[in-house]
Design a protein around this ligand. Structure first.
Ligand code: NDP
Length: 267
């Protein structure tokens, strides 16, 4: 039996218990997966209590991904590069930290949407935790170049410098975006949480695939992309399900089927 959970604050909205229950049914693996509200400042204690009670693994969401990184004894390459952990596996006395957000985005783009990144020009909007988690898996697909544009330019520049050893990156402020052809725009900003739209020139969307990491609503970014001739406009539901599938596999060794779950949640 795998005793699993997701820790966050807030956590009530989380779809993870539902997604993992479907994966367990599909694969015949017996799991118990609960939502756990961790008080701000008390994540480490709550996680340790869960492990003492027999917890074998857990997901971590906002705002605890960096603290989860800190409590891990070993880190996967993705977690190391991201500087954040969204999945922990309890292995004997050790906590193994992984970050499946980027793998989730990659699988949604490649397996579900049939989008290849090789030789493409990518533009990421935002330089926060979500952007950090997706950059390495994107660079591993050999894009022509990966640009990071952020409202606060300095954060985009330092993120681009940090990842330059993995591929061709550059970082700048949103105001410096040139409307030259971009193949794929990934909105990794949290603008949609306040029903806002990052300040991007309209021409940038023309002929591009526009992917918003946000899910559960049609965002202003998605409306903007549609109105400015994007060739495909996608929300982050597929990424959510795919990152959950990668976590499930990390814990159980079993790979669930994701498409049926994405369709079910999109209803
Ligand atoms: P962070 O708080 O770490 O970063 C937020 C980023 O958004 C910053 O770069 C910030 O810029 C930028 N931003 C916020 N508001 C605006 C605005 N009005 N205009 C332009 N830029 C803005 O958040 P995360 O990186 O953790 O999360 C980002 C999004 O990704 C969230 O919506 C989250 O729900 C989603 N997400 C989806 C996942 C999925 O599975 N689908 C997984 C993980 C995240 P600045 O630096 O200037 O403040």
């Amino acid at each position: 039996m795998h005793k699993l959970a997701v820790f966050g604050n807030p956590i009530e909205h989380s779809l993870s218990p539902k997604i993992h229950a479907i994966f367990a049914q599909q694969t015949g693996v017996y799991i118990e997966y609960s939502k756990q509200l961790a008080p701000i400042g008390d994540f480490k204690q709550v996680a340790q209590d869960f492990i003492k009670q027999g917890g074998t693994g857990f997901n971590i969401t906002v705002p605890f991904k960096i603290q989860a990184f800190e409590i891990a004894d070993e880190l996967t390459k993705n977690a190391q590069a991201a500087g954040a952990v969204n999945t922990i596996k309890v292995q004997g006395a050790k906590l193994i930290g992984e970050n499946t957000d980027g793998i989730g985005l990659m699988r949604d783009l490649s397996a579900n949407l049939g989008v290849s990144l090789q030789g493409k020009t990518l533009l990421i909007i935002g330089a926060g935790g979500a952007a950090r988690g997706i950059i390495l898996p994107l660079l591993e697909q050999n894009p022509k170049r990966l640009m990071i544009a952020n409202r606060t330019a300095s954060k985009a520049i330092s993120l681009a410098n940090e990842f330059a050893k993995y591929g061709k990156t550059c970082g700048f402020g949103l105001e410096k975006i040139k409307p030259s052809p971009v193949d794929i725009i990934i909105n990794a900003s949290s603008a949609a949480l306040n029903n806002e739209m990052p300040n991007i020139p309209d021409e940038t969307a023309n002929g591009a695939i526009c992917y918003d990491l946000m899910y559960g609503k049609t965002t202003k970014f998605m409306q903007w992309a549609q109105a400015n001739n994007a060739i495909k406009v996608v929300d982050g539901l597929g990424m959510l399900v795919e990152q959950a599938a990668a976590s499930f596999e990390f814990w159980t060794g079993k790979r669930p089927m994701t498409m049926a779950v994405i369709k079910e949640l999109a209803k």
